[in-house]
Design a protein around this ligand. Structure first.
Ligand code: RFL
Ligand code: PHB
Length: 391
């Protein structure tokens, strides 16, 4: 098999890249180790930045998002039993975000790829990337019980944090920057209308809590829990009781309870692999970087990477200049580090570390108070949340 761009992984990064390349008249093949149902049902992100929304629309993948997604013009910060709204359009000159689940983005992109795009092979597991430093990199993969080789001009590793692409970069060229947090998120889905019409980020002495949603009838809620917590050790009523405590306000706001349909624990980590390119192998999305979910940045960063790659390759095809492709890693990393910084700020602003001192608690409250009383501080949060521009 032979193609211009071999794409490993059909998460949001790989699927969107295939679509962008198709629109630019560049052929690609997508190899995905799991089946279609898995890709379409894996529950993860929920918040699309303004720039991501714009990219999906321009790629012809925004129709259902515009009909079914929920536009959000702000979030609520809750602390000291008080409620404070951060108004995004007022602070950013018109930006907002969209609540539209990653599962739905993936369903839309899979459908488009199957109708209009190049080959998308499910249950095709990439085993290794070879010859990254040559003119003809190859992906060795297993499909329908046989080993095969995909010969490419370029390979893009969109295979997530646990994928194989990153491993093809020799250790002497790799620099990893990491941080793990001593807590995780217990996340639930519940069949109950969200108790607030915008997301609520709550800082509490017992730990962080987040109220989010997937639709007018489905709530998504998270609780900060100690690292290594087993989701099954929390009974449903205990989860609701704890959410109620952490969201409690002085003005009598109340949390609606409903049937919990799933619960799971997500660890929290930051991870950046530099550079994001080795020869003709490029890394995009979670394959190159992870952020803790507090800033809702992971999927949005993946989108930024693949837009940068697709534009750079189209530029090379049109003008013969490899300048943008050569700058891929540097261009992406500038935005990645802004998102890492923002996610770190949001995480340390809202979570209670197990060894937090009373002094640190007071500083955290002072940081929150500053955001809700200073237009400059509020603008900084609003700009970060609605997203950093693509170069
Ligand atoms: P993905 O989605 O992990 O997709 C990688 C794909 O590669 C496949 N694969 C392989 N295929 C072939 N051969 C191999 N050897 C392969 N190895 C792996 C996998 O099967 C998979 O299909 O990476 P991608 O595309 O880079 O997308 C990244 C996003 O999924 C991720 O950053 C976000 O979900 C993070 N995230 C959030 N991001 C946001 O922007 N907004 C949010 O609100 C948000 N909330 C979240 C989140 C992540 C969470 N978890 C579970 C980590 C909330 C949570 C709880
Ligand atoms: C979600 O709805 O899953 C979600 C929302 C905001 C975040 C993280 C996750 O910061």
């Amino acid at each position: 098999m032979r193609t211009t761009v071999g794409i490993i992984g059909a998460g949001p990064a790989g699927l969107l890249l295939a679509r962008l390349l198709h629109n630019a008249g560049i052929d690609s093949v997508v190899l995905e180790s799991r089946d279609r149902a898995y890709v379409e049902q894996r529950q993860r992100a929920g918040i699309l930045e303004q720039g991501t929304v714009d990219v999906l629309r321009a790629a012809g993948a925004g129709g259902r998002m515009d009909r079914e997604g929920l536009r959000h013009d702000g979030i609520e910060l809750r602390f000291a039993r008080e409620r404070h709204r951060v108004d995004f359009p007022a602070l950013t000159g018109g930006s907002s975000v969209m609540v539209y689940a990653q599962t739905e983005v993936c369903k839309d992109l899979v459908a488009l790829q199957i109708e209009e795009g190049g080959p998308l092979l499910f249950q095709a597991e990439a085993l290794a990337v070879e010859g990254a430093e040559s003119e003809r990199p190859r992906v060795r993969f297993r499909y329908e019980g046989r080993e095969d080789v995909l010969e490419c001009d370029y390979v893009v590793g969109c295979d997530g944090f646990w994928g194989v692409a990153r491993r093809a970069i020799p250790a002497e060229h790799s620099h990893v920057f990491e941080r793990t947090y001593p807590f995780g998120w217990l996340g639930i889905f519940a069949d109950v209308p969200p108790s607030h019409d915008e997301l609520v980020y709550a800082r509490h002495d017992r730990g962080f809590a987040l109220l989010s949603m997937r639709s007018p009838t489905v709530s998504r809620l998270y609780l900060q829990v100690p690292e290594g917590t087993d989701a099954a050790s929390w009974a449903d009523e205990e989860i609701w009781d704890e959410l109620e405590r952490r969201f409690e306000t002085a003005d009598g706001w109340s949390l609606e309870r409903g049937a919990i349909t799933s619960k799971s624990v997500t660890p929290m980590r930051s991870h950046v692999h530099e550079p994001m390119r080795h020869g003709r192998l490029f890394l995009a999305g979670d394959a190159a970087h992870i952020v803790p979910p507090t800033g809702a940045k992971g999927l949005n960063l993946a989108v930024g990477d693949v837009v940068t790659f697709a534009r750079a390759l189209a530029h090379l095809e049109e003008t013969g200049s490899a300048e943008r492709l050569d700058a891929y890693s540097e261009t992406c990393l500038r935005r990645v580090w802004q998102a890492e910084r923002f996610s770190y700020d949001m995480t340390t602003l809202l979570h209670r570390a197990p060894d937090a001192t009373p002094f640190e608690d007071r500083v955290q409250l002072a940081r929150l108070r500053r955001i809700v009383t200073s237009r400059a501080a509020g603008t900084d949060l609003a700009e970060g949340y609605t997203g950093f521009p693509l170069d």
